[in-house]
Design a protein around this ligand. Structure first.
Ligand code: CA
Length: 232
């Protein structure tokens, strides 16, 4: 198998160099870009397996790069954030980033996240192996092979992570899961993210899934415990 290629979009040469060095050591191929515009062009032209994207960049910031890239590509994107405000923005905006990591970060953690995100893109989730084909959950039909969800026949545009979360909960109908457990099972045990990631993904999923996201009928909150799926 060819080496997985990571595009590093980061204007700080010292950070770019050390990330590149460590990824190379781990067997990845790398490419680098030092401003937002160059990064976006390279991401679109070279089809990397993952994009590591700094927020503060010259010529076009990471938020804009992420938005523009997402319009055209499903490549996993990990955002590098330096401040708490940036984390809030990454979580709050519908940017379509798959993950983020806060500076200063440990290289082991970064590499574990990169591997986890690439693996999730390339392989079906390991959590369930016995399901295939289209499964009906009331007014929802989930196509386990094609990663598609239809609500009353209308296809929903879900990200990979939203799909995986919905599938996980739907297959375990009415069972309540804590945020920690969902993080571990849906995002992967190597995932070091914080549990807000789960809340944000649930919110996005509800916006796409529910007639009234404020009064959900599918993805239910069990106060003080977590979330569960209910057939509707
Ligand atoms: Ca920067």
């Amino acid at each position: 198998m060819d080496a997985r290629k990571v595009l590093i979009i980061e204007d700080e040469k010292a950070i770019s160099d050390i990330v590149k060095f460590n990824l190379t050591k781990e067997g990845f191929a790398t490419d680098t870009a030092f401003d937002g515009k160059e990064g976006l062009d390279k991401a679109l032209a070279t089809d990397p397996d993952l994009v590591l994207l700094d927020v503060m960049l010259p010529s076009m910031d990471g938020f804009e790069v992420c938005r523009k890239l997402r319009e055209k590509s499903n490549v996993p994107i990990i955002m590098l954030t330096a401040k708490e405000e940036e984390v809030d923005k990454v979580l709050g905006l519908e940017l379509g980033a798959d993950d983020y990591i806060t500076k200063p970060f440990g290289l082991r953690e970064l590499i574990a996240r990169i591997k986890a995100n690439i693996r999730r893109m390339q392989e079906p989730p390991a959590a369930e192996t016995n399901s295939a084909g289209i499964q009906d959950f009331g007014s929802l039909a989930i196509d386990m092979d094609r990663y598609e969800v239809r609500k009353k026949g209308v296809a929903l545009e879900l990200t990979l992570r939203e799909f995986e979360l919905l599938k996980y909960l739907a297959e375990r109908e009415d069972k309540v899961f804590s945020r920690e457990q969902l993080l571990e099972d849906v995002w992967g045990y190597e995932y070091y993210g914080d549990i807000r990631t789960v809340d944000v993904t649930v919110r996005r999923l509800r916006e796409k899934l529910e007639d009234d996201p404020g009064n959900p009928k599918y993805i239910m909150t069990k106060r003080g415990v977590g979330y569960y799926f209910r057939r509707s």
